[in-house]
Write a protein that binds this ligand. Sequence first.
Ligand SMILES: [Zn+2]
Length: 280
Amino acid sequence: MRSEPATNTNLVVFNREGIRREMPSLIPLYARHGFRHLDLNFCEMLNRESTLNTPEAEKYIDLLEDEKNEYGLEFIQAHAPYPVPGLLDREECLPLVLRSMEFASRLGVPHIVIHPEGKDIKDNIEYFDRILSSSRVDIRIALENMETENEISRSDELLEIQSAFGSRMGICFDIGHAHVLGLDIEEEISAYGSLMIGTHIHDNDGTRDQHLLPFYGNIDWQSAMKAFAASYSGFINYEAMFFSRTRPIAEQDAIIDEAMSLHSRLVALTGQIETAPLLV
Ligand SMILES: [Zn+2]
């Protein structure tokens, strides 16, 4: 397991005031608080007004590249847009997914997280086959476990899909999703083993997918962190975007600092020695 803190760029994207900001305005903030490893949130493309859906997208990607160089960042993974019932079906989403794969590839991102849809394994294999054969770039897919019984959510299901694609696909384990379903988190982590190439780290109370920072729900972080340390070689990467939703924007610095210190607490649970994050 890598001990450096990592987060999706959506960590403080939501706020009480409802002010919307895109990745290029958030990245310097995370960098100033010591995050050097970021997961790029191309789910921004689900918002019709997103710059990524305009001719300005190329400039936007150049800006991300400039920030990467300026702050010495590593873009460790990215999240592709996903179908949203009533807004965007899978067919409509496919071109956005392909476009996000191109953006991620240009920025040197090693893998991109894509959601499966529904519960049908064969149908999902066909869908991911279409994505990989239509993609003009060579980027690995990280398949994510979903949070309801009506979706692909358990390790046996994800591993069956993954096995159809070999090295072109790995797994992004969403610990909050597994917890909402009451799955045995240690067992899930060890079932994925080295096929787990990314994580979505957040907490909840076991009833809803709350996407909170760790220790604000009731996940057993001690056993989870030991399991990660035993078989996972990637990052502990926050996807805790709803934590800031009810807080004023003025508190965003405090929230990022708290996320940073909670990362140290998580790493301490593994018994591994932590590398202190670099502060500018
Ligand atoms: Zn997730």
